[in-house]
Design a protein around this ligand. Structure first.
Ligand code: HEM
Length: 309
C-alpha cells in the first residue's frame, strides 16, 4: 500500500473553528489523507462516505463506541451494557435490534408529539420573561431536548435534568453542562439503568404511548427477538444521541441567525421558511462531524487502498 498523504498545516482537526476548512482540504486531497489526531484515514467526500456506510461488513462499527475504562467496566458489569448502543453494533445484531424502533421513529408517527413539545418550549421561554434574562444553552437548548427524549422514551420528565447528568458520564471531560465528578456521574448512570429497568417492568404489564411500550409490543408480536438486557441497552445511547445533537443544533442555529438580523427575519417569515432554515443548518454545520469505522479487510475507497485489521 502507498504511504498515505499527510494533511498540511501541522495537526489538523484540533481546532473546531478550522474544522470545515480542514475537511475541505481533505476532500480535495487525491487520496484519503492520514490524520495523526484520529490515528486513521479521513473520509470526507460524499460518495466515499456513502460507500463506506453501505458496506458495514468492510467498515465495521466496532470502534464507533468505546468500551468502558477501568474501574467503571467492573462496576458496570451486568448492569450497564458495555458498548451497548445501536451505534457500536455490527450485523446481525445491529439490524435485529434496530428493527425494534424503526416504525416508531417514522416522521409521520412522531408528529403527534409536536403540540406537547410546543407547550414545553413556550413554558421555558415564558420563564425567560419572568427572570428577565436567560442562558440559551442551560435554560432552553439543553433542557428542552432532554425533556422531549425522556417523554418519548416513557420516563418521568420531572427527572430529565437528573437523566442528563447521568448520561453526561458518556461525554467524559467534554461534558461541561452537567454537574458532578466522573464517579458521581457513574453512580447516577447505574441508578439510571436501574430506573429504566423499573419502568420497563411497569410497561410490560401497563402499555402507554411511548418507546418502551412500543418495544414490548414488537417483542410480544414476535417481530423482534431480544433479551431484557438488550432492550435496556437501547435507551441510554438513544437518549444521549437524541438530546446532545438537538441541543447543539438549537445553539448553532440561533448563533448563526442572531448574528445576522436579515437572515433571522428571513428564516422567521413562516413555517416553511423555518423548515428551510433548519434543513440548511443541518447541511451547513452538522451537530455530528465524524464517526470512526474499522476497516476489516483490504478494500478500495476514494482512490486509496485502506488495509484491513
Ligand atoms: C441534529 C440532530 C441529529 C444529528 C445531526 C444526528 C446525526 C447522526 C449520525 C451522523 C448518525 C450516524 C452515525 C454513524 O453511523 O456513524 C446517527 C446515528 C444515530 N442517531 Fe442521530 N442525529 C441527530 C438526532 C438524533 C435523535 C433526535 C435521535 C433519537 C431520538 C438520534 C438517535 C440516533 C441513533 C439511535 C443512531 C444509531 C443508529 C444506528 O446505528 O442504527 N439521533 N445520528
Amino acid at each position: 500500500m502507498s504511504t498515505p498523504t499527510q494533511l498540511s498545516g501541522g495537526c489538523p482537526f484540533l481546532n473546531p473553528r478550522r474544522l470545515f476548512h480542514d475537511l475541505a482540504e481533505a476532500r480535495n486531497s487525491r487520496e484519503l489523507p492520514h490524520s495523526d489526531t484520529f490515528k486513521g484515514r479521513v473520509i470526507s467526500r460524499y460518495d466515499d462516505i456513502v460507500q463506506a456506510l453501505h458496506d458495514p461488513a468492510t467498515f465495521s462499527n466496532e470502534p464507533t463506541v468505546g468500551t468502558f475504562p477501568s474501574p467503571w467496566r467492573e462496576q458496570f458489569e451486568g448492569r450497564v451494557p458495555n458498548r451497548g448502543t445501536l451505534l457500536g453494533l455490527d450485523n446481525p445484531d445491529h439490524d435485529r435490534l434496530r428493527s425494534s424502533v424503526n416504525t416508531f421513529f417514522m416522521p409521520r408517527n412522531l408528529i403527534r408529539y409536536e403540540p406537547w413539545i410546543r407547550e414545553q418550549a413556550h413554558a421555558m421561554v415564558d420563564k425567560f420573561v419572568e427572570d428577565g434574562r436567560a442562558d440559551l444553552k442551560t435554560s432552553f437548548a439543553l433542557p428542552l431536548p432532554l425533556k422531549v427524549i425522556a417523554h418519548v422514551v416513557g420516563l418521568d420528565t420531572a427527572r430529565s435534568e437528573w437523566i442528563g447528568a447521568a448520561l453526561g458520564f458518556f461525554m467524559g471531560p467534554r461534558d461541561l453542562y452537567h454537574p458532578g465528578t466522573p464517579d458521581e456521574k457513574a453512580k447516577k448512570l447505574l441508578d439510571l439503568h436501574d430506573y429504566i429497568l423499573e419502568v420497563m417492568e411497569e410497561r410490560k404489564h401497563d402499555r402507554r404511548d411511548d418507546l418502551i411500550s412500543h418495544i414490548w409490543n414488537e417483542r410480544e408480536s414476535g417481530a423482534v427477538e431480544m433479551t431484557d438486557f438488550e432492550m435496556l441497552s437501547m435507551f441510554p445511547g438513544l437518549m444521549l444521541a437524541g438530546h446532545e445533537t438537538s441541543s447543539n443544533l438549537i445553539c448553532m442555529t440561533l448563533s448563526h441567525l442572531l448574528a445576522d438580523p436579515a437572515r433571522y427575519s428571513a428564516a422567521q417569515k413562516d413555517d416553511d421558511s423555518r423548515a428551510e432554515a433548519l434543513e440548511e443548518i443541518l447541511r451547513y454545520e452538522s451537530a455530528i462531524t465524524g464517526m470512526k469505522r474499522l476497516v476489516t479487510k483490504d478494500t478500495e475507497l476514494g482512490g486509496a487502498l485502506p488495509q484491513g485489521r
